[in-house]
Design a protein around this ligand. Sequence first.
Ligand code: NAD
Ligand code: WQD
Length: 335
Amino acid sequence: MRSTILVTGGAGFIGSHTTVALQEAGYRVVILDNLCNSKPDVLDRIAQITGIKPEFVEGDVRNDRGLDRLFETHAIAAVMHFAGLKAVGESTGQPLRYYDNNVSGSVHLLQAMDQASIKTLVFSSSATVYGDPQKLPLAEDHPRSATNPYGHSKLMVEDILEDLYRATPGWRIARLRYFNPVGAHPSGLIGESPQGVPNNLMPYIAQVAAGRHPRLKVFGNDYDTPDGTGVRDYIHVMDLAHGHVAALKYCEHAAQELLTVNLGTGRGYSVLEMIRAFEHASQKSIAYDIVARRPGDIGACWADTRLAAEKLGWHADKGIAEMCNDAWRWENVPT
Ligand code: NAD
Ligand code: WQD
């Protein structure tokens, strides 16, 4: 058995899939989650997949006492920090809630880690830090910017991590910039469970296919893309999960490290291509209307994946057919 990893936000979408990948790679996992956007039944579902129920601590990353106790009572070797809020639109209306959870939450976690001499961290950043792309594919040295509090919170934490790395010897930090994570575990046991009406394309398409919404709104068909609709680099969540394990292993072998890498496929698909792929996977027709652009959206974005391949020896394997098949299987699981 390898070492024990604390996974903050491990009951959520990406954290739960990464927990599966960590357990399958032989790590022991302790999840810390306040369940503000997830449910505890994910723990039994993870156990059904891997045969091991991860230890669960219900709590908040902003709770110093709770963190200290957790580090005192568990031999944690490294932390994967997923806990945070992620709805771009909501962040514009509730900036303080986003800065408190995402920025302050990260600072509290880092302080507790520092105190406990745990200096290995994998952090969930986002391709949102690239703002409106000046050049595609997006390489890690592309200038960063943000137009909403969610994006700012990711930029700020990236900068805090850099300052910490420069100030204190021995930190091993991976800042992973995810593109558009979609899909679900192929077992159909875990997946993405947005509360209310989904903001993101893939869960919305899945809910239209399932008859939960009559039609999809396609936000704009006048972008400078082959069919005019927005193009994104969708990545299967299990590929993303394996990217985290690769980043952890990379950090484990370094004396100190500040690694910043994209996790994407390097290939973009348009909204209309995603609709067609999902129709094929679900054998349902997806009704849609073209409507105005969504404020703040960019036209196209996909990753330069060379650094991830070079540093981590990792690349995404799964294509959009698997992403759609797995998302559809998950959509049909009784909850
Ligand atoms: P998610 O909402 O499914 O998971 C986040 C988990 O963190 C939830 O289980 C939630 O209950 C928990 N949480 C939130 N605030 C907490 C706090 N203060 N203390 C303890 N637990 C807390 O989201 P996700 O899609 O799995 O995203 C995980 C991370 O990846 C987030 O940091 C997000 O910003 C980042 N990210 C997500 C995407 C995406 O499209 N899903 C893209 C790029 C980056
Ligand atoms: C994808 C495409 C939309 C919904 C967001 C965050 C980003 C990151 C990932 C966290 C776009 C179009 C969407 C719909 C549509 N998250 N669309 N109808 O905006 O690329 O990225 O999630 O870090 O920060 O901004 O993802 O899935 O919302 O949109 O036409 O109902 O689908 O315009 O072209 P996005 P998305």
